[in-house]
Ligand binder design. Structure first.
Ligand code: PGA
Length: 256
């Protein structure tokens, strides 16, 4: 049985310690009785320290939205996995489509970061997903397969099992246009088939695959009901305690 995981990706929002703290003070009591879901929040780097402090001894884990694949040195503006680990992060998002598209991160870069995160025992959440163009030209699976093979290249079976895959169709991110539960489930099944092909069926059954793209309290339940969808990565709706906790509850209920 895979444990659902809900990520709250704040992106470039709530980066000031006081606004991050305001949100968390509302969220912590709302989710304190959630036992069947891993809850992970990824604030901007500038809010990591207060957020880690505030969530100590709670059921909320903290991650970063990105990191670099080197440990230290002349890499102006980059963040080392050592910093994240030492601060108390347990997760890191890698290869988010905004980083791939706007900041030109390639599958090769994502692969290097992924290996480094695993070396430092940071649990990676690796995003993959097609653009609208591939969806409309029926090339979604081809695109996902290429992204999967390159981003996860040379990972051992055990390493892949530690990695969370976030399937995030780019056309559904921040657009209000959600993939239907059936569209999402189809690609989650396809990713498990790919894992079976490259690794084995036991690993395919063990790896957590979450969906991301305009998840809201109103659609969360139907998405999480799908057998192959293990929770979600939430952007916009993770910025308010009420909407985020409602989504977490939907995942908690889907796990029974
Ligand atoms: P969204 O973002 O929920 O605002 O669509 C999801 C994501 O980018 O992870």
């Amino acid at each position: 049985m895979r444990r659902p995981i809900i990520g709250g990706n704040w992106k470039m929002n709530k980066g000031l310690p006081f606004e991050a703290a305001d949100m968390l003070k509302k969220l912590i009591p709302l989710v304190k009785n959630i036992n069947n879901v891993d809850i992970v929040i990824t604030p901007p780097y500038t809010a990591l320290i207060p957020v880690i402090e505030l969530t100590k001894n709670t059921n909320i884990m903290i991650g970063a939205q990105n990191m670099y694949f080197e440990e230290k040195g002349a890499f102006t503006g980059e963040i080392s996995p050592i910093f994240l680990k030492e601060l108390g992060c347990s997760y890191v998002i890698l290869g988010h489509s905004e980083r791939r598209n706007i900041l030109k991160e390639t599958d090769e870069i994502v692969n290097k970061k992924l290996k480094k995160a695993l070396n430092f025992n940071l649990n990676p959440i690796v995003c993959i997903g097609e653009h609208l163009n591939e969806r409309e030209t029926n090339k979604t699976k081809e695109f996902i397969e290429k992204q999967f093979r390159l981003s996860f290249k040379d990972l051992s079976d055990e390493e892949l099992r530690k990695t969370v895959i976030a399937y995030e169709p780019i056309w559904a991110i921040g657009t209000g246009r959600t993939a239907t539960p059936e569209q999402a489930e189809e690609i989650h099944i396809f990713i498990r088939e790919l894992i079976t092909k490259v690794y084995n069926s036991k690993t395919a059954k063990a790896v957590r695959i979450q969906y991301g793209g305009s998840i809201k309290p109103s659609n969360a339940k139907d998405i999480f009901k799908k057998e192959n969808i293990d929770g979600g990565l939430v952007g916009g709706a993770s910025l308010q305690a009420e909407s985020f906790s409602a989504i977490i509850e939907a995942a908690n209920n889907s796990s029974f």
